[in-house]
Write a protein that binds this ligand. Structure first.
Ligand code: TMP
Length: 216
């Protein structure tokens, strides 16, 4: 059976990590082999890059920032994601290059086409089977993220930056945007306000439709 790549995306405090963990447990109960990974990180070099990218106060120019995310991604693809897919596992990935489009293109204002090319270099053109885009209003998301404790370098960015990131995530739900970005694969927006269980159910419907073999 071919492996599947399921990506979770969304702004700060959208609940990606919680929902990814719940989905992993549920898939496991259906007998699927699941590998949960996150970006940036997931490899020895990726974990070091993550620490650098998120360190409060680190001065990182936008193009350097984009390339560091890509560098972590390239290692994760080669060392974790592609081998897991080859073994037929379901890979659940907490963020992928929609985050780069949101934060580095939308937020930092880098040229989309150049970022797209750099991303293709990093991923070798791997396209997710489905991306679950969790949507919450920026206000709610940032207040949830603030409750998690000390803000990292990205969370500390100015409010206008986060507004641009949020506006970018909102565009990804648009079928016209998706049609123009086939490198992202299918993206399904899932409203992430309301109960954790309710969101889990909506996520399950999306993933079960994309991976019919796991419904058992
Ligand atoms: P998180 O996954 O713990 O939320 O932290 C990752 C941070 O890095 C988050 O603020 C989003 C940001 N990010 C980018 O800016 N670009 C990217 O390509 C990725 C994967 C994450």
């Amino acid at each position: 059976m071919p492996g599947r790549l399921v990506v979770f995306e969304g702004g700060e405090g959208a609940g990606k990590t919680t929902q990814l963990e719940r989905l992993a447990l549920r898939l496991g109960r259906h007998g699927a082999q699941v590998r949960a990974l996150r970006e940036p990180g997931g490899t020895p070099v990726g974990d070091e890059i993550r620490a650098l990218l998120l360190r409060p106060g680190a001065q990182i120019p936008p193009r350097t920032e984009a390339l560091l995310f890509m560098a972590s991604r390239a290692a994760l693809m080669q060392e974790q994601v592609r081998p897991a897919l080859a073994r037929g596992e379901i890979v659940l990935l907490d963020r992928f290059f929609l985050s780069t489009y949101a934060y580095q293109v939308g937020g930092r204002g880098l040229p989309e086409d150049e970022v797209r090319h750099a991303n293709a270099f990093a991923t070798g053109g791997l396209v997710p089977d489905v991306t679950v885009l969790l949507t919450v209003p920026a206000e709610l998301g940032l207040s949830r993220a603030a409750r998690r404790g000390a803000a990292d370098r990205m969370e500390q960015a100015e409010r206008a930056f986060h507004d641009r990131v949020e506006a970018a995530f909102a565009r990804f739900a648009d079928p016209a945007w998706q049609a123009a970005h086939s490198e992202c694969g299918p993206i399904v927006a899932v409203p992430a306000d309301g109960s954790v269980e309710g969101v889990e159910e909506r996520v399950w419907q999306v993933v079960a439709a994309a991976c019919p073999e796991v419904q058992g």
